[in-house]
Design a protein around this ligand. Structure first.
Ligand code: 4AD
Ligand code: MG
Length: 429
């Protein structure tokens, strides 16, 4: 008898198989007992009768939610059943009988579920989100690998900030200061001068002190960087990548989107090219909507939501004021008050999922910016070197995995899009 995964049952109709899993749900109807099992790949109902198997019938009495067990039986096609198949049980072997399981199908508060995240992950919706996340990650890598990008891993322990210094996680590095990486970008810049087109994919850390639905203190970012690239390169590559991700998830994760009750018609409409508006236009739209915003202010969560709702599909907002942005961004040659950067806002009120820019390639200008931002020049010696030895224009962006997964899954708060979320008040489990 082969061990079979529930997702592969269709290949075994009429055969006797073994399913190794956990009890998801139990019920009885007269002399027939039903145990729904999950094994991580799906759910299947096992039908247990005394005449078919006195052994299984007796063991059924010991089963409770999350009992781990191995069920042997014959696979039968049943269009009405979850997954389209049933198992006529011949035997049940209990591996471990759990204590009363804390998570039942009834509604629990988010605080309780977060405290039990290690168990919550077993539920169908969380399972679907994790599978979609894995698909998104794979789609990103495939997209870039197929286009000749080289994956270059960036360090996690770093000597300096790449984004806002106020969100740095500082640690003691054998008596001197080091920080957890906020972004692999600066190292990508070195790598693209060596390899042409590169990307890094890894965790990013930011001591975000505010509690919002879009901020984690540990999140994953996919960051491509292109030597000789510019803002147009960022537009094209990021819209190509986003449409490829959506297409891939629609093609391969339809079942999971259905479990999440996601309205996929909204995702099907996502087509390149995306709308592009300047920051100045964004300010105008927001003012019309009654926001008290002036040139120079960064766009906050509410502003992003409002803009995102004003467009059908994703929208690029580009050329933000220099003072609202990071030190490394190239000024617009036609308007020195703004920089050559863009954020991509996902629709349906989601907001920013991508941030990218052209980088300063002139050494003197970069030195001035480092000084102006009060950054320690010494830690940036190597970064300045990139502008000394064959400097070229270059550009890149970062796509936040959790925000992208949240948008695709239709999950409002990104805490559910990462296996173990880290937030200002949560570092357990
Ligand atoms: O806009 P950000 O800060 O850009 C950078 O870090 C650049 N260095 C990237 C680059 O050009 N290589 O972050 C990029 C994306 C955001 O659009 C968002 O999706 C995500 O990373 N992000 C977060 N996601 C969850 N929690 C947070 N605290 C996040 N901060 C940024
Ligand atoms: Mg940003």
């Amino acid at each position: 008898m082969d061990r079979v995964y529930i997702e592969d049952l269709h290949q075994h109709v009429g055969s006797e198989v073994r399913i190794s899993g956990w009890v998801y749900h139990l019920r009885s109807s007269g002399k027939i007992k039903f145990a729904v099992l999950r094994d991580g790949t799906g759910l299947v109902q096992c039908v247990i009768t005394e005449s078919d198997s006195p052994q299984a019938f007796e063991v059924f009495g010991q089963l409770t939610q999350e009992t781990s067990c191995v069920v042997g039986g014959v696979v039968r096609e049943d269009k009405r059943a979850t997954g389209g198949h049933e198992i006529l049980a011949r035997s049940i072997e209990v591996i471990q009988s759990p204590e009363s399981y804390p998570i039942s199908p009834k509604e629990h508060g988010v605080g309780f579920l977060m405290e039990n995240r290690h168990l919550w992950l077993r539920s169908s919706k969380q399972n679907a989100i994790m599978r979609i996340r894995a698909e998104v990650e794979r789609a990103c890598r495939d997209f870039l690998d197929e286009r000749g990008f080289v994956a270059v891993d960036s360090p996690i322990l770093t000597p300096s900030a790449s984004e806002e210094t106020s969100t740095l996680f500082e640690l003691d590095y054998f008596g001197s200061k080091a920080y957890l990486s906020q972004s692999g970008q600066l190292y990508n810049e070195a790598a693209c001068m060596a390899l042409g087109r590169v990307y890094c994919f890894g965790p990013s850390f930011r001591a975000e002190k505010s509690k919002t639905r879009r901020h984690l203190t540990e999140f994953w970012m996919l960051e491509p960087e292109i030597a000789f690239g510019d803002l147009d390169t960022v537009f094209e590559l990021s819209e190509g990548m986003v449409t490829a991700i959506i297409e891939r998830v629609l093609e391969r994760r339809g079942k999971e989107l259905e479990i999440l009750e996601r309205d996929t018609s909204k995702l099907e409409k996502v087509q390149a090219p995306f709308e592009k508006i300047t920051y100045r236009e964004a300010v105008r739209i927001l003012k019309e909507k009654g926001f008290a915003i002036e040139f120079g202010d960064d766009l906050g969560g509410d502003e992003e939501t409002a803009l995102s709702l004003a467009f059908e599909g994703p929208v690029f907002v580009h050329r933000y004021p220099a003072e609202a942005r990071a030190f490394y961004m190239q000024p617009d040659p036609e308007d020195g008050s703004v920089v050559m950067c863009t954020d991509l806002l996902a629709p349906e009120g989601v907001g920013e999922i991508i941030g990218g820019s052209e980088r300063i390639s002139d050494r003197d200008l970069l030195e001035q910016r480092i000084e102006k931002y009060g950054l320690p020049k010494d830690a940036f010696r190597w970064y300045l070197d990139l502008r000394t030895y064959g400097s070229v224009p270059h550009a890149g962006f970062g796509l936040g995995i959790e925000r992208t997964v949240g948008w695709i899954c239709g999950v409002r708060h990104i805490r559910e899009t990462i296996p173990f979320p880290r937030m200002i008040h949560r570092v357990y489990p």
